[in-house]
Every structure is written in C-alpha cells, then in structure tokens.
Design a protein around this ligand. Sequence first.
Ligand SMILES: [Fe+2]
Length: 382
Amino acid sequence: MKLFSFRSPRKIVFGRGSIELLPELLDQLGIRGTAMLVTGRSFARRSGYLDKIKSLLTSSGSKVVVFDRVEPNPSIETVEAGGSLAREQGVEFVIGFGGGSAMDAAKGISVLAAHGGRLEDYFYPAEVKPPILPIIAIPTTCGTGSEVTKYGVYSVGLKKKVIASEEIVPTISILDSNVMKYLPNNITAHTSMDALSHALEAYYHVKSSELSDLYAVESIRMIFENFEKGVKGDFDSKERLFYASMLAGFAINLAGTVVVHGLGYYLTQKFGIPHGLANALFLTQFIEYIAENVPERTVSLGKALGIGADDPSEIARELVQKIDALKSSAGLPMNLKEAGVPESELDKIVEEASSYKRNLENCLKPPSTSDLKAIVKKAFGQ
Ligand SMILES: [Fe+2]
C-alpha cells in the first residue's frame, strides 16, 4: 500500500439546516471572540444568510465584522485588504461563506491576520507556520471542496497562485445542503464539473493512494449519477452533488490536481470562463491522454466504476461519452470553439499550462509540450 498523510477539519457537519449548529460547534471547540464573516458581494445578503450567520454569532456572544467584498477568483489586493481589516479589528476567527472564492479569501485573511506580511509570502512552496486564526468554512456551491482542503487559490494577473499548507485546512466545515436550493442550474453544472475534475485528476496524481482513490471513485460515481437531475434543479440530486464535491475535496487534499487544472487556469484569467467550466473543456481529452499513458490505473478506475470493458481505450471511450452526455444535458459548450476561445490562443494556452509545473509533474504521466498541444488541439474542436 502507498503512504498517505493528510489533515482534515476538526469538525465536519453535513445536512439540511446544519448551519444552526454553528454556535454549538464554536462552543465545543472553544472558538470565541470577534469573528470576521468573509463573503461575496451579493448572495449572502440577498439570500438572508448574512443576517442569519450574524445573528447566530451574536447570540453566542461573538462580535461580527463583515467583509463582503470577495470577487470571483479573488485578487491579492482583496485578500490583503481583508487581512488588514482583521488586524485592525482584532478579529479572532474567520468564517468563509460562499464558493471557493470566499472560502479561499477567508483562508488567506486568516494567515495574514495572524502573521502579517504580503499574501505572496505564503504562496507555494512557502509554508504557513501555526498558529493562524481558526477558519470556519461554509460552502454554497458543489465544486471547490475548499471547505476540507489545504489549498487557497488567488489571482495574480493572468496567473493563479496557490497557498498549499495543512495549516489552512478549516477547523470547522459546515455543509448545510439547504444552500443548494439557491444555487442556479448553470453554476451547479460548472461547479460539479470542477468536482469531477478534482476526483479524476486526483486518481492520476503521483500521491494517489488507496484512501484518495476511495474518495475519488465515490465522488465520480455520485456525480455521474446525480448531475443530469441536479443541473435541472432537483434538490435531492443537488444535495448528493454537494456531498460528492466534499469527497473530491478529500481526494485532492490527499493527492492534488494535475493537467486539467493547469490547462484551465488561463481560460479563467484571460476570458473569464468560470473555473469549473474551464476544466470541463479539457476533461475528455485528458482522459484519452491518460488512458493511453497510464493504462493499468485506467483499468482499475473502469472496474471501480462498474464499466464492463477491460481495455483502457474502451474504458476511456465510455468515460468520454458519459462526460459529453453530462455536458450536453446542461447545455455547456462542448469545446473551446463553442466557448468562444479563438484558435489563435491555442499556443498561448499550452505555454501557460506549461508554467504550472507542479500540476504537470504531479501527473502519473507528465505530459510533454507536444502532448499538451495535442490535448488543446482536440479540445478546440473540429
Ligand atoms: Fe478546481
């Protein structure tokens, strides 16, 4: 068996209405004092969750500072502004409420509030030293898995930079599936595709292990089963997608992402294509590439997913068909051309992906530049 090591939150609660447990959970873990609620610009307020969380906190004796300026793909400036405010206000713990952007901003703010400096001081491969402020993560999308991971991802111009440190694994994760009622169908589709990418990429990561496979396979299986109904608004299916995205979070916490994320980042930074959709645009080409180059893992994956075939290229064909069917059921663009990416950008996509060395090197078969070119060319479409 392979060695594995990971940290998970001290407390994870999952279920409808579980946000009500916030005061009790804080009390159990002795977390008290001034809280900073980190969130985006509108959803928390519009949905009533901002007031709800504020009143849960004040009822348990906490003071609340609201920082509701987090934009999608948060910038360094936003996180640093949050960090300064947290220091000024004597914030003692941080709550991230939202998608990956809000939770990742909360992680960065917690680090800066504790240690000061610039956000870039903590970017991989730098380590974050303990202690930082306790982080409470409350996700509202079914993609990122950030509520259970050691990653925080930030925008720096056309690049994504990451903090990768077990210190930023949230102390408490509250997955209140009732929030899925508010998630629009298109964001359900995009973020589920992100979770599917996490699970598939973790499976082909050099640090994949028996444990990460367990999370990855179950996540893939549940996304395959629940995506089509979930993206049409079925609440039970959305709840299962929400759960599957947490499982995929565990898979990348143990292993990590590889080629698909390396390719997708530029599409988000340059064209504003949502992160999950950007990944979805390279997923099937990645599967074809990896099935050819890592056939034995592909056979195990096929078996674990109950795919009858035992030939890796046949398994890849079935996976590709399934993923294409999911994308099409949600009306997602099937290729880069349909997503509005000009053909003149293809070389640049390869060049940018090549700069995410960690993503490429951590793949069980790191792609060469010509492999990346072939993947991107196919992803563009005919
Ligand atoms: Fe992702």
